[in-house]
Design a binder for this molecule. Structure first.
Ligand SMILES: Nc1ncnc2c1ncn2[C@@H]1O[C@H](COP(=O)(O)OP(=O)(O)OP(=O)(O)O)[C@@H](O)[C@H]1O
Ligand SMILES: [Mg+2]
Length: 342
């Protein structure tokens, strides 16, 4: 009997997928960890097909060949763009690609837990179900910050703040599966910083040539809030010649632009609880997502929230896989009755 059960387990590949606006990752029970930028591109015509040599491209490879491709970033602003078949198709391609990267054995059944931005969960559960159904046998869709919280064993009196690209997602854990009330999404996140930085730099250096992609790279390399030692200078072409530009102030202003809304939402969400629980939650705040890599953001938020009593903020160790690792742990622990057969 025991052997039979093991065999059954062996024939299931559990996967946790974090479907993000900018990056999507997969963690699987065969120990695979893979990620891809959430861009999909299809060749525009038969010439493009010959140029790129593949029917569909992903991530940085798609970006590099963008002139030959119909590009789609399906989860912009955290929601599958409604009514656009292309976005649904793109989500499907990303899921298919990630599951292929996890290399399931030929007869293996896939049980997938998919973490998505909290708003996507409300609006697009059906679309996600459709996208996954071809490639998996069982499914559960959860919000990204809940997956992070579960992965870190933060089941009670904790607040996870996931600062992603399209959205910052909040989730309070208080000993049960979080309800809609325990979760909130705001639109001030990485993409918003990029837009701010782009407009500050355009204003300061009207004759320099740069694009959104370069601006994002500047941010990822130098992001900070409050103070950081030294200058921040980058090379940008002016009239075709590379020239050094000082961007320190602009980086600071752009990164700090997301803080007021994060502080306000945090205070608001915690205020709903009994004072006794408020103290516990405030001492158990975890930052996740790419935005948690901004230098000094942890200290900044901790100090700002301390105004109303003691507070402890920490960061997840591995922002790229915290969501998919948590989703995988959920998949492995979840009782059968929660699975939705496909
Ligand atoms: N070192 C860094 N400093 C500041 N921002 C960073 C850094 N590294 C990555 N980011 C930003 O983090 C964001 C991506 O984070 P993450 O992968 O968590 O988002 P996502 O899951 O794709 O998005 P969402 O959760 O909104 O769907 C991007 O805006 C990226 O530019
Ligand atoms: Mg995310």
């Amino acid at each position: 009997m025991k052997q039979k059960e093991t065999q059954k387990e062996d024939n299931i590949l559990f996967v946790g997928i974090d479907l993000g606006t900018s990056r999507s990752s997969i963690s699987a029970s065969n120990n695979t960890r893979e990620w891809v930028e959430s861009y999909v591109g299809w060749p525009k015509d038969f010439i493009s097909l010959q140029v790129v040599g593949k029917p569909v491209l992903f991530g940085s490879e798609a970006l590099k060949n963008r002139l030959s491709l119909d590009m789609c970033r399906p989860l912009e602003h955290g929601v599958i763009k409604e009514g656009i078949e292309k976005s649904e198709e793109a989500v499907k391609e990303i899921i298919k690609h990630l599951i292929e990267l996890a290399k399931p054995a030929p007869e293996q059944k896939i049980h997938a837990v998919v973490g998505v931005p909290a708003d996507t969960l409300k609006v697009n559960k059906l679309a996600i179900r459709k996208a996954v159904s071809e490639f998996a046998h069982s499914l559960m869709v959860v919000s990204e910050p809940f997956a992070v919280a579960y992965g870190m064993n933060l089941l009670n009196n904790a607040l996870v703040i996931d600062i992603g690209a399209g959205t910052t997602d909040f989730c309070i854990m208080h000993g049960t599966i979080p309800s809609e009330e325990d979760q909130k999404t705001i639109l001030t996140a990485g993409d918003y910083i990029d837009e701010q930085l782009y407009s500050y730099l355009t204003e300061k250096y009207p004759n320099s040539k740069f694009n959104k992609n370069m601006v994002r790279q500047f941010k990822e390399q130098y992001s900070f809030v409050r103070e950081t030692p030294g200058d921040i200078c980058v090379e940008i072409p002016v009239d075709g010649k590379p020239v050094m530009h000082d961007i320190k102030n602009e980086i600071k202003r752009a990164c700090e632009s997301i803080l007021p809304a994060i502080i306000e939402t945090t205070t608001e969400m915690i205020a709903r609880f009994d004072p006794e629980f408020q103290v516990k939650i405030k001492n158990n705040i975890v930052l996740a997502g790419g935005g948690s890599l901004i230098n000094g953001i942890r200290e900044y938020l901790q100090d700002a929230l301390k105004e109303y009593g003691p507070c402890n903020v920490r960061c997840v160790e591995d922002p790229l896989f915290a969501g998919s690792n948590g989703a995988l742990k959920l998949a492995q622990d979840m009782p059968t009755k929660y699975w939705e057969p496909l």
